[in-house]
Design a protein around this ligand. Structure first.
Ligand SMILES: *Cc1c(COP(=O)(O)O)cnc(C)c1O
Length: 322
C-alpha cells in the first residue's frame, strides 16, 4: 500500500488538471437560502467534462503514468461514470484505454465509452468474475488498472472540486458530499481540512446501502450486498482501504437518504435551478434538505457537491413525473 493522499497531492492534481478539467460553477439558490435560512453553495460537477467529477480523478491518475505505461494505456472496469472518465482522459492524453463492462450495460453508456475512443470488453455479470477478467487483461496487455475510487491519485483528483469550492465560496460551516466508494468524500475532506479547518464534512449515501456509515461506526470496513437504490453511482458494497483511511480521520459523519428524498432533490434542481442532475448526484443535497428541515443549518454557510448529471432523459422524466 502507498501512503494515504494528502492535501499536497490535491494541489498537485489541481495543477495537472488546469486547462483540461472545467472549473465548474458554484451556483446559489435564493429559493433554498430563503426557505431554510442558510447560505447554500452548489459546486456543480454535473457541468464537468463527461458530466461528472470522475474526470478529475481519472485524468490525474493517467497524467502520472510514465512513458511505458502511457504506451500500453489504462484499463478500468465500470459501467458508469468512471468508464467514461478513463476513456476521455486516455484520449486526451493520447493513450489506449480498455474498459470492462457488463453485457447488460445500458447501450447509451457503451456508446459513450466507445465514443471517447476506448475499446470495450463485455462480460457476463452472472457467470464471470469481473475483477479476475480485468486483472488477466491488464497482465496480457501490460495496461495499468485504474480503480474507480480506491487509489491515492484518484482521491487527490476528486479533491480538486472541493478545493475550487472553498477558493470561490470561502470557509463553510458544513460540506455535504455524495458517497459511494468514498473517493469524492475523501478528497473533499482533504481540501476542507486545509482550506476551512472547522468545516464539518458529511458524506451521504443511500439508505439502502449505508456501508460507509456502518464502517465509520465499527472502525473497520464493513461489506454489504449490492444495495437496491436509484443512486446507481453509489451501489458500492464497501469503502476502499485508502478512502476509509482518509474518511475515518477527516470526515465528521455520514448521513443517509431515501430514494424519495433523492427524487425530491432532483425535482428541486430541475425546477428551481434548471439543472439535470442524476440520482446519485442528488445525495448530498437530499441530506442537506433533511438537515435544513430540522433547523440544523440555520444561519450556516453550507457547501453541496452536485456530483454528476448523467441520467437517461426518459428515466429522468419518469422519475420526475412519478
Ligand atoms: C462515482 C460517483 C459517486 C460516488 O463517488 P465515490 O468516489 O465512489 O464515492 C457519486 N456521484 C456520481 C455522479 C458518481 O459518478
Amino acid at each position: 500500500m502507498q501512503d494515504l493522499p494528502t492535501y499536497d497531492d490535491v494541489v498537485a492534481a489541481a495543477a495537472r488538471l488546469d486547462g483540461h478539467a472545467h472549473r465548474t460553477p458554484v451556483l446559489r439558490s435564493a429559493t433554498a437560502d430563503a426557505r431554510w435560512g442558510a447560505q447554500f453553495f452548489f459546486k456543480c460537477e454535473n457541468f464537468q467534462r463527461m458530466g461528472a467529477f470522475k474526470f478529475r480523478g481519472a485524468f490525474n491518475a493517467l497524467s502520472k503514468f510514465d512513458a511505458p505505461q502511457r504506451e500500453r494505456g489504462a484499463i478500468a472496469f465500470s459501467s458508469g461514470n468512471h468508464a467514461q472518465a478513463v476513456a476521455l482522459s486516455a484520449r486526451l492524453l493520447g493513450m489506449p484505454a480498455l474498459i470492462v463492462m457488463p453485457l447488460d450495460a445500458p447501450a447509451a453508456k457503451l456508446a459513450a465509452t466507445r465514443g471517447y475512443g476506448a475499446e470495450v470488453v463485455q462480460y457476463d455479470r452472472f457467470t464471470e468474475d469481473r475483477e479476475a477478467l480485468t486483472q488477466r487483461l491488464a497482465r496480457e496487455r501490460g495496461m495499468t488498472l485504474i480503480p474507480p475510487y480506491d487509489h491515492p491519485d484518484v482521491i487527490a483528483g476528486q479533491g480538486t472540486a472541493a478545493k475550487e469550492l472553498f477558493e470561490e465560496a470561502g470557509p463553510l460551516d458544513r460540506l455535504y458530499v455524495c458517497l459511494g466508494g468514498g473517493g469524492l468524500t475523501a478528497g473533499s475532506a482533504l481540501s476542507a481540512r486545509a482550506l476551512s479547518p472547522s468545516c464539518e464534512v458529511v458524506g451521504v449515501e443511500p439508505e439502502a446501502g449505508n456501508d460507509g456509515q456502518q464502517s465509520l461506526r465499527a472502525g473497520h470496513i464493513v461489506h454489504i450486498d449490492t444495495p437496491v437504490t436509484l443512486a446507481d453511482g453509489a451501489q458500492t458494497q464497501h469503502l476502499g482501504t485508502y478512502t476509509f483511511g482518509v474518511i475515518r480521520r477527516h470526515v465528521d459523519g455520514i448521513d443517509t437518504v431515501s430514494d424519495a428524498q433523492l427524487v425530491a432533490a432532483m425535482r428541486f434542481f430541475a425546477e428551481r435551478m434548471k439543472m439535470v442532475v442524476e440520482p446519485t448526484g442528488c445525495l448530498a443535497f437530499a441530506a442537506a434538505c433533511a438537515a435544513a428541515e430540522s433547523g440544523a443549518l440555520q444561519g450556516q454557510r453550507v457547501g453541496v457537491i452536485v456530483s454528476g448529471g448523467n441520467v437517461d432523459l426518459a428515466r429522468f422524466a419518469a422519475l420526475l413525473a412519478g
